[in-house]
Design a binder for this molecule. Structure first.
Ligand SMILES: Cc1ncc(COP(=O)(O)O)c(C=O)c1O
Ligand SMILES: N[C@@H](CCCC[NH3+])C(=O)O
Length: 423
């Protein structure tokens, strides 16, 4: 089962674009993240063509995949960036990204991060609480700068996604309750060092229907009108990210469906002058990557069979964290007899260390498997648990492959640690 068009079997071998994955495994070892540059470009094109000549700024939600080569590709294609930390800001600056196309999200921005973003000159701070607003005002004022702000409001809509990745409900930590937004905007007006430029929401991730977006938009439009009645006029509306991808049989909404519906609603309400900002992450990178892993051992237990592979939960945590489903595909499929079912598990000392469950796989020790749809929230959520070096990241471009982040070396994992001094 292959879901991503840029990863296909040719002559019985799984390829990334024109490169056979066994060659990459041989050259770079496993586990290995493999991205397709063409897949990044095609995903970008799905937004670009949907936008046409409408006023939309796509700020790539880089927490999904912050590899510098990926960021550079999107910068070249014309993206801005949605950042959530000083570290992400540093990455964008490192690839020569334009700060005036950066929006800064996140519930816990620290003073040093605010200062760094002010110094860089970001487009907007998406402020998530009154306390943050006060701190930003103080930092900007002390710096003799003005911080462009929008409030991230929590519209209390159900994004109909996994509870851990739903962010627009009353119970979530994110944003300012929409009913309280007018008061906070008025507070912002009275504080030094702030300039109101927009409004923002982000209701969740892996959203497959347009309905939740339109419910949120409806509430935002009402707020924008109320603000205008109070003399607060906005230049942009940021609807966040969240468009889902196909992991198995989902039919996610397309950027075109989202944009057509959003612009219709804006037009119906006389708000088409507003710039629309989007912060897509997963939909730009999710199906542009696979995690390549080798079967170390097969273990046939009393109630279950296990395929023990060399990738683990530290490399890809989504399955165990969200019970997320990722396709697992033999790189060189074997024909023949009815195959057993396996749980595909890693070497980490946790029962939760699994990548896939109950998959029918015709495999033998030493075979290569590709864990599909591993371009988003995969390497960026990887850790070094069990002192496991994080895998290399490779970009394939037609027939060529480039190491864009080498595999970590074990000695580097503790190189800067010290033992306690002895007397
Ligand atoms: C504020 C914000 N913007 C953008 C994104 C990107 O979301 P997605 O990868 O689902 O498009 C996220 C993550 O959910 C987010 O929290
Ligand atoms: N990390 C999550 C998505 C969270 C999005 C960030 N707000 C995932 O893998 O699906």
């Amino acid at each position: 089962m292959t879901v991503a068009p840029h990863f296909q079997h040719k002559n019985g071998v799984l390829h990334a674009e024109d490169v056979a994955l066994p060659l990459l495994a041989q050259k770079h070892g496993t586990p290995l993240y493999v991205y397709s540059r063409q897949a990044l470009r095609d995903a970008w094109e799905s937004y670009r063509s949907a936008i046409g000549d409408r006023k939309v700024l796509v700020c790539y939600g880089m927490k999904a995949n912050s590899n510098l080569a990926v960021l550079h590709e999107f910068k070249t294609l014309g993206a801005g960036f949605d950042i959530v930390s000083g570290g992400e800001l540093a990455r964008v600056l490192a690839i020569g990204g334009d700060p005036s196309r950066i929006v800064f999200s996140g519930v816990g921005k620290q003073a040093w991060e605010m200062k760094a973003a002010l110094d860089a000159g970001v487009k907007c701070f998406n402020v998530e609480s009154e306390a943050e607003l006060l701190q930003l005002s103080a930092v900007a004022d002390a710096e003799g700068k003005t911080a462009p702000i929008s409030l991230r409001v929590n519209p209390d809509v159900d994004a109909k996604t996994h509870p851990y990745i739903s962010t627009g409900l009353k119970d979530n930590k994110f944003g300012i309750a929409i009913g309280h937004a007018l008061t906070v905007y008025q507070r912002a007006q009275s504080l030094p060092g702030l300039r109101i430029v927009g409004v923002d929401c982000h209701i969740g991730s892996q959203i497959t229907e347009v309905g939740p977006y339109l419910d949120a938009l409806d509430k935002l439009i009402k707020l924008i009108k109320t603000l205008a009645e109070h003399g607060i006029r906005l230049a942009h509306l940021d609807l966040g990210g969240g468009i889902g991808i196909r992991y198995t049989d989902e039919t996610p909404l397309s950027p075109a469906t989202l944009l057509d519906n959003v612009f219709q609603a804006l037009k119906d309400n006389g708000l088409e002058h507003l710039e629309l900002v989007l912060e897509p992450g997963r939909s730009l990178v999710g199906n542009a990557g696979v995690l390549l892993t080798k079967v170390e051992y097969l273990k046939h237990g009393e109630t279950k069979n296990f395929a023990i592979v060399d990738a683990a939960m530290n490399d890809l945590i989504r399955p165990t964290l969200y019970s997320a489903w990722h396709g697992v595909v033999p790189v060189v499929p074997r024909g023949g007899a009815e195959a057993p079912h396996y749980d595909v598990v890693g070497p980490v000392c946790e029962s939760g260390d699994w990548l896939a469950r109950d998959r029918q796989l015709n495999i033998q020790q030493g075979d290569l498997l590709a864990v599909m749809s591993a371009g988003a929230y995969a390497f960026t959520m990887a850790s070094q648990y069990n002192t496991r070096p994080r895998p290399a990241e490779i970009i394939v471009d037609g027939k060529a492959d480039h190491v864009v982040r080498p595999r970590e070396r074990i000695q580097d994992l503790f190189a800067t640690e010290t033992t306690l001094p002895t007397a």
